[in-house]
Design a binder for this molecule. Structure first.
Ligand code: ADP
Length: 483
């Protein structure tokens, strides 16, 4: 199959969250299955053409409102067998961040990503690639399926292309005021409740949900949750109506890049069979962060600081958590209000708590390796990668039973010695604290704890299985597209 994978961020080129990890690793897993996979993304300022050996290969123009915009295509490689196309357009993408700063989103995000969506099929034409599948991801690519239908249905190169749209996070929909319709080049006939209209605004995610041949979300539990008002962010009705074409496929992780046996960021290397190095990593993390040495467990958190991630129940539970005597380290960046809240909390527990307000991949890895426990009390979690990284690195997850967390963490059963972590149901501070307390009690029994850690480190989170599931979805989408 020929597959074009379109995403607004792709690791290692540009990353703000889990989408980039998926866009960086799923295409390679698909290529390993023998498919011709290419990715397309914007060239942001942080992607240095020289460093990545990018070279210009084509140009195109697209209409935008009443004018035309030119885009240039730079070609590079995601991997030995995956070509990456970068859309070079400095007025839109030559900026310090991808979507906005701490103060808020860039005000022209509609224009930036309408241009990106409009460019995706044009890139195929410009480089002469005729995909069987265009796989779109999140709102930044939401218009691609609609553009393919309306503007490329007769195009020899593109008319066979089926579209698949993946929801990585329904909490971000790309909602813009209706006058931005002008930028889309679409007629008002699609600005309806059955189309891309949403309470008087344009909703780019909704375009992807309505007009693609097949839909996926990044875990089976989340695929059921998004069809309910509690988790549907106002689009549950649309998703319910497409239930038959919606599949939940749990994300894999790049097991070569996330391996405690080889990770260059770590003080010592270790594995499930030879776990001794993990203790050194814990000591090194304490030393790095200036925490006192001791036998108490270290709990870690690596997260975007947003409402989704359960920081409100974490802060409410903090007095009880601290009374357990554990040490808590949090690495995160995001909403300014959480920056202030966490810095304030940290000041109150100088012996037990450290908060690092930044994005730091190396430190994230040292936390996964150094922590005994990993916290993810998310309000909702489409898939979540943090808990999988934690499991690989021998940090036991304490998570809320929602979305992908429910699908990737299994409750520990001390009697049987089965399970990989601790789950709680209620979105509340007492439920989180009670679950963490259970973990701390098991931590006091070294044999049980060692078993629990080993169970987690042994789980196969590679893409092998999930990539095959995507191939099945692609086949169904192609069949649907033919009809
Ligand atoms: P989301 O996509 O909602 O942010 P995921 O758990 O799916 O959450 O993916 C988050 C990814 O980003 C993980 O790889 C995690 O390690 C990484 N990450 C999140 N915040 C930070 C940070 N402040 N510094 C370094 N890595 C981070």
């Amino acid at each position: 199959m020929r597959i074009l994978f379109a995403a607004s961020e792709v690791a290692p080129f540009a990353k703000t969250g889990g989408l980039a990890d998926v866009a960086g690793s799923l295409p390679r897993a698909l290529a390993d299955l023998g498919h011709d996979v290419r990715v397309v993304l914007p060239r942001y300022r942080r992607i240095n053409p020289k460093e990545h050996g990018l070279r210009p290969v084509a140009s195109y123009t697209v209409p935008l409102a009443s004018w035309k915009e030119r885009g240039d295509v730079l070609e590079g490689r995601l991997d030995r067998n995956v070509t990456a196309y970068f859309i070079n357009k400095d007025v839109y993408y030559d900026r310090p961040e991808l979507y906005g700063t701490m103060r808020g989103d860039y005000p022209d995000n509609a224009e930036r990503f309408i241009f990106f969506s409009r460019s995706v099929p044009e890139v195929c034409r410009a480089v002469g690639f005729s995909p069987d599948i265009i796989h779109c991801n999140d709102w930044q690519t939401g218009l691609v399926p609609l553009y393919c239908r309306l503007f490329h249905g007769q195009d020899e190169l593109l008319r066979h292309a089926a579209t698949v749209f993946t929801i990585h996070n329904l909490g971000y929909q790309g909602i813009f005021w209706h006058w931005d319709m002008k930028l889309t080049g679409l007629g008002w006939d699609v600005f309806t409740p059955q189309g891309i209209e949403y309470f008087g605004n344009i909703n780019l995610m909704k375009a992807g949900l309505v007009y693609s041949d097949a839909l996926t979300t990044v875990s089976p539990t989340y695929s059921r949750e998004v069809q309910t008002p509690e988790y549907g962010h106002g689009l549950d009705g649309v998703l319910l109506s497409r239930s038959a074409e919606l599949t939940g496929i749990v994300n894999g992780i790049d097991t070569a890049a996330w391996a405690p046996l080889h990770d260059p960021a770590l003080a010592r290397h270790y594995s499930a069979e030879h776990p001794a190095g993990k203790k050194h990593c814990t000591a090194a993390l304490r030393a790095e962060l200036g925490l006192p040495e001791g036998q108490v467990p270290v709990a870690g958190m690596v997260t975007r600081l947003s409402d989704q991630k359960g920081l409100d129940i974490l802060t409410d539970a903090l007095p009880e958590i601290m009374s357990l005597g554990i040490q808590l380290v949090i690495l995160g960046s995001g909403d300014e209000r959480y920056h202030r809240l966490l810095a304030d909390m940290c000041g109150r527990y100088p012996e037990q708590m450290r908060v690092m307000l930044k994005y730091d991949d190396g430190l994230a890895r040292r936390i996964y390796a150094g922590a005994d426990i990993f916290l993810m009390p998310s309000r909702y979690e489409p898939c979540g990668l943090g808990q999988m990284h934690a499991l690989r690195y021998g940090a036991v997850p304490v998570v809320r039973r929602t979305g992908g967390l429910a699908d990737t963490v299994a409750q520990f059963n001390p009697r049987k010695g089965t399970g990989t972590g601790f789950l709680f149901d209620d979105y509340s501070a007492p439920a989180l604290a009670a679950s963490l307390r259970k973990a701390v009690l098991v931590h006091r029994k070294p044999a049980q704890w060692a078993r629990l850690v080993k169970n987690g480190m042994g789980v196969d989170f590679s893409w092998k299985h999930s990539a095959q599931e995507y191939v099945n979805v692609y086949k169904a989408a192609i069949e649907k597209h033919k009809r």
